[in-house]
Design a protein around this ligand. Structure first.
Ligand SMILES: [Zn+2]
Length: 216
């Protein structure tokens, strides 16, 4: 893993990235093409395609999550095609991993995708792409605030001790290009991210899909 990858992890906790590592990087996701459900290999989200790895990148239901992420990537990085590599591994067409902030959001997105795919299987709960995206954005906001809070605590401590404040350079590298934090821990989300934060606050949400987001 390159520096960008390590910086992305620095923004997260294991419960944000373990799901993607286990299910996607290590291919442990249990799809219906491998283990049919009630005799069917049809996709649990759209109920039309055969649920295999390739289908995950083209499924019309899942596509609503991928296009949200893709829009965020292109608004910050310039136009880029929505490829399976981007969807599965946050890697661009040149084989470069996305900057840390976007890579971190990608891992969180997958955490909620996998959780909700499991809930379709276990509780027959319909897959709701809008809700998945909102949960990912909310969790991402929690992690950004946690990092900003750390910077603030450090600034207060150092100021109390009469020593110079530290530049939050390392923290800013982890959030790049989605947000940055000031010397005193004030969080500055990019305008694209701010729009997403606002939209998650406006619409009432289904609490049952909010897996793990209350914890940090
Ligand atoms: Zn499907």
């Amino acid at each position: 893993m390159g520096q960008a990858g390590w910086d992305a992890l620095g923004l997260l906790t294991p419960k944000d990235y373990t799901s993607h590592f286990k299910n996607i990087m290590h291919h442990r996701i249990l799809l219906r093409s491998v283990q049919p459900f009630k005799g069917s290999s049809r996709c649990r989200c759209c109920r039309t395609g055969i649920e295999n790895t390739k289908h995950l990148a083209t499924c019309l239901k899942l596509m609503k999550v991928w296009t949200k992420f893709h829009a965020m990537v292109t608004s910050l990085m310039g136009s880029a095609p929505l490829t399976p590599e981007l969807i599965f591994h946050a890697v661009d067409t040149e084989g470069q991993i996305l900057p840390p902030g976007l890579s971190a959001l990608h891992l969180i997105m997958w955490k909620f995708v996998i959780y909700n795919l499991t809930m379709v299987q276990l509780e027959n709960r319909p897959f709701n792409p809008e809700e998945v995206w909102k949960c990912a954005i909310r969790r991402f906001e929690v992690r950004l605030n946690a990092l900003a809070f750390k910077v603030k605590q450090r600034a207060i401590r150092r100021s109390g001790q009469g020593i110079n404040l530290m530049s939050p350079e390392a923290e800013n590298r982890r959030m790049r290009p989605l947000a940055s934090v000031g010397m005193w821990g004030k969080l500055y989300p990019s305008s694209e991210l701010e729009k997403e934060f606002k939209s998650t606050r406006q619409v009432p949400t289904v609490p049952t899909a909010a897996a793990g987001q209350a914890q940090t």
